[in-house]
Design a protein. Structure first.
Length: 236
């Protein structure tokens, strides 16, 4: 798994918004592709080599650069590499540009359950992000990505027994319960309950103290805790 971007809510000065590249046996899956992420993605993969994208929800910091990825792929087609439309799995309220351009996007509305994507098995669960439909992902029973969610039974069930928990840390316990988001403390508690071996904090908002987020989660989690950063690679 490679962190392409990890900034929360908007791109930051040092990172694009959320995007994570998962690779197995030559298959490449993106979990989200938020604002600004299509550019740095090219450090790790060509556009035409991306096999599928799972979009957690319809906020632009999680999906908007899919259109830019499609543009790069169209250039590859002009150069003779016919990669076909990009497979996209997304919420029922995803932007219509993804559902009305079949030459560019082969779009499937997300449903709870398992997907077979090449050599990967991905389990999807709907989590609580305010009133907005949002889906968390678990890849091969190894990596669990929370997307944006407040604490809920669905994310606890999905994360249970995972090796690596990639969890948002969008605030601090001192700020009180956050509607639709995890605090750093929530991420630590989720990792402990899940029995995760590693917690990676992501969705790091540019205006927050990231080391303080790390400290809060590390005080609670029963496993090592690290901060996501662009280019971070983790063997799953």
């Amino acid at each position: 798994m490679t962190v392409v971007g990890c900034s929360g809510s908007a791109p930051g000065p040092d990172s694009a918004a959320s995007s994570y590249l998962v690779e197995k046996d030559g298959h490449r899956l993106l979990l989200d592709l938020g604002a600004g992420a299509a550019g740095p993605l090219q450090r790790y993969s060509t556009a035409e080599a991306i096999d599928a994208v799972i979009l957690s929800h319809a906020h632009s910091d999680h999906w908007s650069d899919v259109t830019q990825l499609s543009y790069y792929r169209s250039n590859a087609i002009r150069d003779g590499s016919d990669c076909g439309p990009l497979r996209v799995f997304g919420p029922s309220n995803m932007n219509s540009v993804l559902t009305t351009n079949p030459d560019d996007f082969a779009t499937t509305v997300t449903r709870a359950g398992d997907l077979e994507l090449g050599p990967m098995r991905v389990r999807l669960a709907q989590v609580r992000h305010g009133e907005l439909e949002c889906w968390a992902s678990r890849v091969d029973d190894v990596l669990c990505y929370t997307a944006d969610t407040e604490p809920c039974a669905a994310i606890e069930a999905l994360a249970d027994g995972c090796g690596v928990l990639l969890a948002e840390a969008s605030g601090f316990d001192a700020d009180g319960p956050m509607r639709g988001h995890l605090t750093a403390g929530d991420a630590g508690r989720l990792a402990t309950k899940a029995g995760a071996k590693l917690l990676i904090l992501t969705h790091l908002r540019a205006w927050q103290d990231h080391l303080r987020l790390l400290d809060e989660a590390a005080q609670i989690a029963a496993c090592p805790v690290i901060l996501a950063h662009p280019g971070l690679r983790v063997a799953l």
